[in-house]
Design a protein around this ligand. Sequence first.
Ligand code: RP5
Length: 198
Amino acid sequence: PLDALDADLRAEADRDRDPAVTPDIGIIMGSDSDLDVMAGSETGREGAYDALTALGFAEQTSYSDPPADRFTFETFVVSAHRTPGLMYTYAETAADRGIDVIIAGAGGKSADLPNMTASIAYPLPVIGVPVQEKSLPSVIGMPQGAPIVAVDAGKSYNAALSAVQILARQHDGLRDRLEALHADRQADVARVSRRLHE
Ligand code: RP5
């Protein structure tokens, strides 16, 4: 199955699909144990999926049968240690598959995936999410000339907002959605303050 996945990614990179039907954001993580932090969970933690859903993105699980929504994201579990070849292929093919930004999370044990992906996918921007606090220095600790952007530990929600901010430079509609979401957050703060002063 690993070879088949690898071949699918390479074949997809060789196709010339309309950017409107390819995923815009790629979310990858080192293990499915990272999914709660990366996606968000039913226990109330907000993650990247929550931000992307609030901004009107749909999850794309097939290249040949994409959702009707204009903006989409894909999710892969790719391990720098267990599947280094797949990590390489994912990062190397991402731009040709239509991905504009990668969000990469890792860190329960070792946090090489965001950094390695950033080096291989360069100049595609990679936003690193340290899944645990202890992984933060590793994720941001890149050498001169090998950039990565990173958010605080566990803040995949912010990683998704940053990814959409990058996309919004080319798509005015996304700027409007970001502004509307921000207005909602401001209204929440105002509501809390008002409650405290009633
Ligand atoms: C990291 O170590 C992964 O990103 C994940 O956080 C952890 C491995 O988790 P298990 O799959 O061993 O639970 O590389």
